[in-house]
Design a protein around this ligand. Structure first.
Ligand SMILES: *[C@@H]1O[C@H](CO)[C@@H](O)[C@H](O)[C@H]1NC(C)=O
Ligand SMILES: *[C@@H]1O[C@H](CO)[C@@H](O)[C@H](O)[C@H]1NC(C)=O
Ligand SMILES: *[C@@H]1O[C@H](CO)[C@@H](O)[C@H](O)[C@H]1NC(C)=O
Ligand SMILES: *[C@@H]1O[C@H](CO)[C@@H](O)[C@H](O)[C@H]1NC(C)=O
Length: 638
């Protein structure tokens, strides 16, 4: 991997998981053709031989057996590597990334809310300090980069203002956050918990108690022989510490455990048998796994192990087998957690660890895979999943801010996993009652999976139809015929299509006609007119086409298809010193809506989505900001 040669100084062993990011940006040669902006374009695999049927039927009914539990609307979220939080969220609490706000708001508009985790491998070495000076919220402490840290991750210093930034974001759009408890030593550096509770308040959703402990031996963070029983002892130590201080009375009920990657022989079964969910029933809020289907570690870190060729990996992602096998192996684990009344999450995932594969992780094919995977996780009774976000050097980012020195002429890059989060929000809707069923459609053909969604007590509400086949001639396009038994079927339905010319395309995908464009071109708002197709029904049968490649979401109740316009933000602020367009809540809050806020440094002019004719945006935002500032002032009072 030529583009990663600068990382060879990090030659490591045993780094098999880890949604890793480049830690030494100063030493890295970030050029636009690497990582999130690489130009690798792969060859789509040939059509299957024999071909599956290109015309098949689906019959739906109320309350179909095998459907999932009710899935929360805020299902797909993001896991942001702690060490890049300042690139993604904002420079500090007064300079929030406007494209980030917009991207999140698009999803929240559809789902009502979203979960975002700030953590990852770097959380285990983080230390919270009151103030880092110079308006900074995050610093890598390279002086401490020795000892038992084989990934050479410099310990992270976090300022309180990172938490204030997160809290401020939650005032703009409904984000609830997860933080990680640093696990490197058994003092647990609980400041992050205390301050997290104090500053984030009700927006702190949970606290991860360890991150992939099954890799701690491989990463030399624990001695050889450290196993599930040792992890439980450490958890006990944490709970004992929290029990001793009333400041943790909420936090000690919000733990997320054990976040294993099913590696090195560790399983959920072992931890369950050790009584994890019984002994700590009062402490555990969520049970979580972290998992990637593959890894690109050998290429990125020059470690031993298989160097996987992206072209050879590409077909692996273009079939239902991958999501089905990956999610499916957790069926017993999610069932046991539910028997103890605990929701089960996929806390960190993406196409492949160590940054993903160029040409695969950033392709339209990966977008189809990610959506199939998300639906299969829901079908397997996961209650949520978070796609990982790394720095500029990785291939799998849902979204990537431009490098700091290029913000004057570059905007954000929106990747396949972001489209998936947006579409999944629409698939599940806002009701929290959606149930997902893998229909094993078309005789289980792996290139044409389909799911049914049921809402409000098992009423069929949507159909999610995939076609992984890449065929520009259209001969591999699907015709799916469907009907609903026992119900009076609407005479017309609506559909939205997710498409691109080829599975190997890397930009300009369209969801219902709208796109986030090319690399470096997005301010976080979709462009183009939303197009919703009419589906005609003949008697009790309706038909819809699924392009090759593509995905179609059928709205069985046509009234649910149209999205209300999102309140989004525009900005005129582009500076070279700050990381791209940012909003200064202070400037907005004092503008009273009369001043020309766009003339101020870092200022933002507030707009609404292009299809929003109302002018209420500014005043609403200012109300929100006043509330925000009130909260902040209150929080800062000693
Ligand atoms: C930004 O910085 C990177 C890394 O130093 C460099 O490779 C790139 O050329 C710079 N871009 C510009 C426009 O100067
Ligand atoms: C954020 O950073 C800017 C620029 O460094 C600085 O002017 C501002 O005071 C900082 N805000 C906070 C809350 O630290
Ligand atoms: C999900 O949970 C439901 C309800 O308990 C159950 O019927 C179904 O079999 C589970 N699905 C899977 C794939 O395990
Ligand atoms: C869905 O669940 C979320 C989280 O519990 C909650 O905030 C929201 O109000 C619920 N929505 C509905 C429609 O009940």
């Amino acid at each position: 991997m030529k583009s990663f040669s600068f990382l060879s100084f990090l030659a490591l062993s045993g780094l098999a998981s880890a949604g890793v990011t480049v830690y030494h940006q100063a030493q890295a040669t970030l050029v636009p053709s690497t990582g999130a902006h690489n130009s690798t374009k792969l060859t789509p695999p040939p059509l299957p031989n024999p071909m599956p049927a290109t015309n098949y039927n689906i019959q739906l009914q109320t309350g179909m057996p095998g459907a999932s539990i009710a899935i929360p609307s805020a299902f797909l979220g993001f896991s942001i590597e702690m060490s890049v939080a300042n690139q993604v969220l904002g420079h500090n609490s007064s300079l929030i990334q406007v494209p980030f706000l917009n991207l999140i708001q698009n999803i929240v508009q559809r789902s009502g809310g979203i979960f975002i985790r700030v953590g990852g491998n770097t959380q285990d070495f983080a230390t919270l300090v009151p103030d880092l000076g110079n308006g900074k919220i995050l610093e890598k402490d390279k002086s401490k980069m020795t000892g038992n840290n084989p990934t050479q991750t410099p310990p992270l210093l976090l300022g309180h203002d990172l938490l204030v930034l997160m809290r401020t974001i939650s005032s703009f759009t409904n984000v609830h956050w997860y933080l990680g408890i640093p696990w490197i030593d058994q003092q647990y550096r609980l400041d992050i918990v205390k301050k997290g509770e104090e500053i984030l308040g009700p927006f702190l959703e949970g606290l991860q108690a360890s991150n992939e402990p099954d890799f701690y031996v491989a990463h030399s963070h624990r001695p050889e022989g450290y196993g599930p029983a040792d992890y439980i002892k450490e958890l006990q130590q944490l709970v004992t510490l929290m029990d001793a201080d009333s400041a943790y009375s909420v936090a000690k009920t919000q733990l997320v455990v054990p976040s294993i990657a099913n590696s090195n022989g560790w399983t959920f079964q072992q931890l369950y048998e050790l009584g994890l969910l019984d002994t700590y029933a009062a402490n555990i809020k969520y049970v979580a796994a972290e998992r990637y289907p593959s890894d690109n570690c050998a290429a990125v870190w020059s470690t031993d192990g298989t160097v996987r060729q992206p072209q050879e990996m590409f077909p692996v992602y273009l079939t239902h087998e991958s999501p089905k096998n990956l999610a499916g192996q957790y069926a017993a684990d999610t069932a046991f957690a539910h028997s103890k009344s605990k929701p089960f999450y996929m806390f960190e995932t993406n196409t492949a660890s160590c940054g993903g594969f160029p040409g695969v992780s950033d392709s339209f094919g990966a977008a189809l895979w990610g959506l199939d995977y998300a639906l299969h996780l829901a079908y397997t009774n996961f209650s949520g999943a978070m796609f990982h976000v790394g720095g500029q050097s990785v291939y799998y980012n849902p979204f990537t801010a431009p490098p700091t020195n290029e913000t004057a002429f570059h905007k954000w890059t929106v990747g396949p996993m972001y489209y998936d989060a947006l579409i999944m929000a629409e698939i599940l809707g806002k009701s929290n009652t959606s149930q997902v069923l893998d229909l094993n459609a078309n005789n289980g053909a792996p290139t044409t999976p389909a799911y049914a969604i049921f809402e409000n007590g098992g009423q069929p509400s949507k159909l999610a139809l995939f076609n992984y086949m890449d065929d520009a001639s259209g001969a591999a396009a699907l015709t799916v015929n469907f009907g609903i038994s026992g119900n009076e079927q609407p005479s017309s339905m609506k559909a939205k299509t997710f498409r691109s010319g080829s599975v190997s395309d890397k930009a300009n995908f369209t969801w219902a006609g709208q796109t986030f464009g090319e690399a470096y071109s997005s301010d976080g708002r979709p462009t183009g007119e939303e197009t919703i197709q009419d589906i005609n029904c003949n008697g009790n049968t309706c038909s819809v086409q699924v392009p090759s490649p593509g995905f179609v979401l059928v709205f069985l109740n046509p009234d649910t298809a149209k999205q209300p316009p999102a309140q989004t933000y525009t900005t005129t602020a582009l500076t070279k010193t700050q990381n791209t367009a940012t909003v200064d809540p202070g400037v907005l809050a004092t503008s009273n809506g009369h001043q020309d806020v766009s003339s101020k440094k870092y200022s933002t002019s507030i707009g609404s989505a292009q299809n929003n004719g109302t002018k209420t945006g500014l005043s609403l935002l200012i109300v929100a900001l006043n509330i925000t500032l009130g909260v902040l002032v209150a929080l800062r009072r000693p």
